[in-house]
Design a protein around this ligand. Sequence first.
Ligand code: C2E
Ligand code: CA
Ligand code: CA
Ligand code: CA
Length: 266
Amino acid sequence: MHAHAVERLQLETDLRRAIDRQEFQVRYQPIVVLATGAIVGFEALVRWHHPQRGLVAPTEFIAVAEETGLIVPLGHWVLQEACQQVANWQVRFPFCQPLTISVNISGRQFSQTDLMTQVSQILQTTQLAPGSLKLEITETVLMENSEPAIAMLLALKTLNIQLYMDDFGTGYSSLSYLHRFPIDVLKIDRSFITTIDTNSKNSAIVQTIITLAHNLGMQVIAEGVETAVQHTQLNQMGCEYGQGYLFSKPVSAAVITTLLTQQYHC
Ligand code: C2E
Ligand code: CA
Ligand code: CA
Ligand code: CA
């Protein structure tokens, strides 16, 4: 118990210094059109290169960052970095369809009253078109406090950015509420996709989510697509987009630049 508390305190101290010491990096995971395999954009996923521990997974530090409020400056940094990177790619690869970037917004960030100001300032400084930015907010964060959440989403929509509901299916979604959220895209959680090809009940659930989303005017991204069978099945179910190790793991900006260069021969 004591050792755990000490370790946690150390993590917190290190986390406080990590932004200034430039220990964070953003990785980019492609999101593809299931029907064609074409890359339409990327999800930004943060990585922490700790000087002693090496690479620390977000699952280990995001919760601590959230509890301590450090997620606010960290989330701001990720948003700035990812928008700048995609703006650069758009300039360098102008002939491909404008690439998009999805950024995770934590519960703390989402309840910050100046989130709107931060987002619009970043769009201005990076010169990224609002249509290229997508914000991912988890189903749980949205459902926990649905009235203020709806108000915040509506405010963000006025900036002309798109909004994604992340990890759909893991929270306690009230289906009667779903249509009230001005959400453009549902991301079906990986836990449903993993067994879609082996568990017929699960695949029935996924089909129902896709149909429901479409009937509410939303598109769908399947998370954690790992096999060709899952890919085919999701495509047949009418799911528009996919993301997962089958297409690519999250990789550094340099790797994406090489990939785009090869794809567009420049
Ligand atoms: P998430 O938003 O659900 O992100 C998707 C996670 O699934 C990522 O884990 C990604 O690497 C992983 N993933 C993608 N495809 C596959 C696959 O085919 N198989 C498997 N096994 N995993 C796959 P990652 O990067 O470790 O991030 C974990 C979580 O940490 C994220 O889940 C998100 O909740 C949080 N996170 C990461 N970066 C940020 C950030 O910048 N801000 C905030 N607030 N949260 C972040
Ligand atoms: Ca996400
Ligand atoms: Ca997710
Ligand atoms: Ca997830």
